[in-house]
Design a protein around this ligand. Structure first.
Ligand code: SD4
Length: 331
């Protein structure tokens, strides 16, 4: 891409991201005690974003029921999706950035409030395991780029060649013809996985892993590895995770917002709706992008809400694993 094209794309991106005040004043925020029709009490429970959450939930629940910890469960669950080369938005099979390079972001939080994350890492099959190692083996919360890759090496994790798959190579080459940067609503049908787990005692943990937005600028980091944005867990209250256009989630710290709403008495469904309402209120262009959010409280009740139609989630509770369509704002 020549410099002129690059600058024009960057300007387009800036215009796309303009913060504004929408006409929407947050009418849903006035509703009280809305519950999700699919929600019921009781653990253990695993909930995760999009249909790829189904196999992830299976693995997470299996791990938990076999005596694994909550952190083991969430990590093992999303590793299934990270290893799926056909998944174009998580792991090394993900769509690359504008330069044709896949860069990965991930975060994890345990039931004691510990957190770890990595961002902008290349060639790591399981960024979630690296995020867990940051949490458990370092005094830090977040390590990025080369430093994270060096840390992986020190742990004996092999850095793989960062080659595109046939599918993502073709998609990138097609994209290069137009170089039109605009996130596609519900490209997230195969999007970021955020996964939350609660045990039978009401302890919660969670994690989030992604290759981020397709065709992002090289070096761009989204919400997924930022604690409070793409993921927030407080075992005193519950947990939340987001998917969708990360910049809007970063501006509003939507997962943290949802957990704090639950702390103040909101149901998980209300907490999710409040978070989406905040994103709507702060973004004049809210009709142009998608965000989905999931939340659980200590009772095992859950909430799910999308900005647009099309956000779905997998819920494993009371012995069954099922996919549900989330309610959404833009009717
Ligand atoms: C990001 N939230 O990097 C992630 C990826 C995603 O739609 O969910 N994209 O912004």
């Amino acid at each position: 891409m020549n410099r002129k094209t690059f600058i024009s794309r960057t300007a387009m991106f800036a215009a796309f991201s303009t913060i504004g005040t929408s006409a929407f004043a947050g009418s849903n925020t006035k509703k009280k005690h809305i519950t999700n029709p699919n929600s019921s009490k009781g653990g253990p429970l695993i909930i995760s974003t999009w249909s790829h959450g189904m196999p992830a939930n299976e693995e997470a629940m299996k791990t938990l029921l076999a005596g694994g910890s909550l952190v083991d469960a969430v990590e093992k669950g999303v590793m299934v999706v990270e290893s799926d080369k056909n998944n174009t938005s998580v792991g090394l099979g993900g769509f690359p950035d504008r330069e044709g390079i896949v860069t990965l972001d991930a975060s994890i939080m345990d039931q004691n409030g510990n957190a770890g994350s990595v961002a902008f890492v290349q060639g790591i099959e399981h960024p979630i395991s690296l995020a867990r190692a940051v949490m458990e083996k370092t005094p830090h919360v977040m390590i990025v780029g080369k430093g994270a890759e060096l840390f992986a090496k020190s742990l004996g994790i092999t850095q793989l060649p960062n080659a595109l798959t046939d599918q993502t190579k073709k998609a990138w080459q097609d994209w290069l013809k137009e170089k039109n940067y605009k996130p596609v609503i519900n490209i997230e049908n195969h999007d970021t996985i955020g996964l939350l787990a609660m045990d039978a005692n009401g302890n919660v943990s969670g994690c989030c892993t992604t290759s981020g937005l397709a065709w992002k600028m090289h070096g761009r980091v989204g919400d997924s590895p930022v604690i409070g944005a793409g993921l927030f867990v407080d075992s005193e209250v519950g947990a939340a995770t987001c998917t969708g256009l990360g910049e809007t989630v970063l501006r509003t710290l939507a997962s943290h917002l949802a957990v704090e709403k639950m702390r103040d008495g909101a149901t998980p469904q209300e907490a999710c709706e409040e978070a989406i309402n905040r994103i709507v209120k702060k973004h004049a262009n809210y009709k142009d992008f998608q965000v989905g959010i999931l939340a659980v409280n200590k009772l095992g009740e859950h909430g799910a809400y999308g900005l647009q139609k099309g956000f779905n989630y997998a819920l494993h509770q009371h012995g069954t694993n099922k996919l549900f369509d989330a309610d959404y704002f833009l009717k």
